[in-house]
Design a protein around this ligand. Structure first.
Ligand code: KG4
Ligand code: ZN
Length: 340
């Protein structure tokens, strides 16, 4: 039963993990988050991200091996995120993994980051197949029917912004900081998750997601309230806590409603789904998880989401997919590229 070593560097986290397939156990999962490097810019700066990846990759890899109490000799294969992501960041992980695999004579396995997010709920839960998986992060929002390992049916995706991006952009508009999701959730809780402004939910019967109209609606609403200067791109009421809480709460309820709507449509179209899972950074949101749990209870099925450390980018989920691929003998050669 193989021991898988994994590296994840697709965006602004440097992560390495060791996964013991036989016991289905994560022996280590060490993640360095660059959030502090990007905060002042209100979003991820690709050039800064790749430079930081280069700086952190060696210590993070060493730390993950040490924490798992294994050496490179014990490892059977090295899995690495090959796509999608920021090219400069991906290259650091892929080059490092290739060099490691080449030097230590280990098998190399390239992993799709989104497939890994989709499987992250399985790190801690026995999720029955087939199930619906909603992946929502700063870069992606998609819904798949997961029939088994390697067998997915695409259902829907966002036509424009990702859900996490909507949180981040609205937070930026109000000068709240980055990443916006956790800050919006905190403010929304203080407003008791009430819907004050009834932002647009989009067409009820459409299966795809769309969040850019919502972001624009919030912007126009703030302008109408004399709270935002379009020309200066500046929030004009930084001390108005009530307004911030009301906008945050209305936004969160709106996004939770949109998720609920789309999953309801998908459950109607795919009645064979035995459960619903949620993955990606937005799956850290307790309010959204509570709403989806309630929806699933009404439908008589289970809802699963990973713990926060496996929601945001992490190498444990890369290792898990690596373990499946190892079992199927799906290896890569040293010409592995980042856009495959
Ligand atoms: O998966 P992730 O770490 O990175 C990407 O691959 O994008 O997701 C980051 C995203 C950010 O947009 C962040 O605002 C959002 O996840 N996020 C949240 C929460 N925690 C993180 N969104 C809503 N509520 C949260 N508690
Ligand atoms: Zn991700």
């Amino acid at each position: 039963m193989p021991l898988i070593f994994a590296i994840e560097t697709s965006c602004d986290e440097t992560s390495a993990a060791v996964y013991y397939t036989k016991k289905r156990k994560v022996l280590s999962n060490v993640t360095y988050s660059q959030i502090d490097h990007h905060k002042q810019f209100g979003g991820v700066v690709p050039e800064i991200a790749s430079r930081s990846q280069l700086e952190k990759i060696t210590p993070i890899v060493q730390c993950a091996l040490k924490e798992a109490q294994v050496s490179l000799d014990d490892i059977d294969a090295i899995a690495v995120t090959k796509t999608p992501g920021l090219p400069g960041s991906l290259l650091v992980g892929v080059c490092f993994a290739k060099a490691l695999a080449f030097g230590a004579k280990k098998k190399l396995i390239g992993i799709n980051h989104l497939e890994a997010h989709a499987f992250s709920p399985l790190l801690e839960h026995n999720v029955p197949f087939p199930h619906l998986c909603l992946t929502a992060s700063g870069g992606h929002t998609s819904l798949y029917l997961v029939q088994g390992f390697g067998s997915y049916k695409f259902i829907a995706q966002t036509l424009d912004d990702a859900a996490g991006e909507a949180f981040d952009k609205v937070a930026k508009m109000m000068g709240l900081g980055y990443p916006g999701g956790p800050i919006i959730e905190h403010l929304a809780r203080e407003a008791e998750f009430k819907d004050f402004y009834n932002y647009p939910r989009g067409k009820k019967d459409r299966k795809d997601f769309s969040f850019s109209g919502l972001k624009t609606a919030v912007l126009y609403d703030l302008v109408k309230k004399n709270a935002y200067d379009m020309a200066k791109k500046q929030f004009l009421k930084p001390h108005n806590q009530t307004l911030k809480k009301e906008v945050a709460s209305s936004l969160l309820v709106c996004i939770a409603d949109i998720f609920t709507q789309k999953i309801k449509i998908a459950l109607k179209n795919y009645p064979q789904a035995k459960a619903v899972t949620m993955a990606g950074g937005v799956a850290c949101n307790k309010y959204i998880k509570q709403r989806l749990t309630q929806l699933c209870e009404r439908q008589g099925i289970q809802f699963f989401a990973p713990s926060p450390k496996y929601c945001t980018d992490n190498a444990a989920m890369i290792a898990l997919v690596g373990a499946y691929k190892f079992q199927q003998g799906k290896f890569d050669t040293f010409d592995l590229d980042i856009f495959e």
